[in-house]
Design a protein around this ligand. Sequence first.
Ligand code: COA
Length: 218
Amino acid sequence: MTGGRRLDGPVRRFLEFAVQACQQNVRRVHILDRADNGALLLELFTRDGHGTLVTADVYEGLRKATIEDVGGILELIKPLEDEGVLVRRSRELLEMEIDHFVIIERDGTIIGCAALYPCTQQGYAELACVAIHPEYRNSGRGDTLLQYLENRAIRSDIRKLVVLTTRTAHWFRERGFQPSDRSDLPNGRKLLYNYQRNSKVFIKLLDTADDNNSGDAR
Ligand SMILES: CC(C)(COP(=O)(O)OP(=O)(O)OC[C@H]1O[C@@H](n2cnc3c(N)ncnc32)[C@H](O)[C@@H]1OP(=O)(O)O)[C@@H](O)C(=O)NCCC(=O)NCCS
């Protein structure tokens, strides 16, 4: 059934066969329209393939990063580092900080990442290295990463999210971050501010369940 309509005919049969195959440990079934010129080549040689894929595996999902993801993250962020959009990170640094990262993986390729550096004693966390692969932008994935990390911060009793950005101010403003001043940065973070990058500072106060009840949101 799609959108309340019944699927009949060959499409229904193909899907039923595909589901049965997956239930018997076939990893993937690809359904292609034989009338579609070049469909097989597109399926075989493009990352997103063609036609319909039926699989019991997770095809795309968000998860915490592990040390095995370092190479994929570096590949994703390298062009953005070269453009100066993101701060350069060495492989060693990324390996040390990997626990702070979450990623979106699509069919084995990392297409999104973001990091949260909590400073629980001072009640804030810094959001950094938010990146979505150019081919997968504008589909809500950036929002998904942000939402996930905001929830993670709230669960750690963090009420303030800080982000420093040179080029993406609007995106953060549209998501509730308020323009702030360097002097608003928590003390420890102020000392690490990179004057050469001259990033703009944005701060978002996070709502907790209690805030929602009292309607006290900034
Ligand atoms: C910023 C970024 C993570 C957003 O990811 P995304 O998955 O495309 O975001 P979403 O799909 O959730 O949101 C897309 C919306 O944001 C807007 N948007 C994207 N980049 C933007 C930017 N730099 N400034 C303002 N708006 C932006 C899109 O136009 C779109 O608007 P619409 O929903 O009205 O069409 C992605 O564009 C990216 O990786 N940019 C390069 C890295 C970067 O700048 N990171 C931040 C460093 S601190």
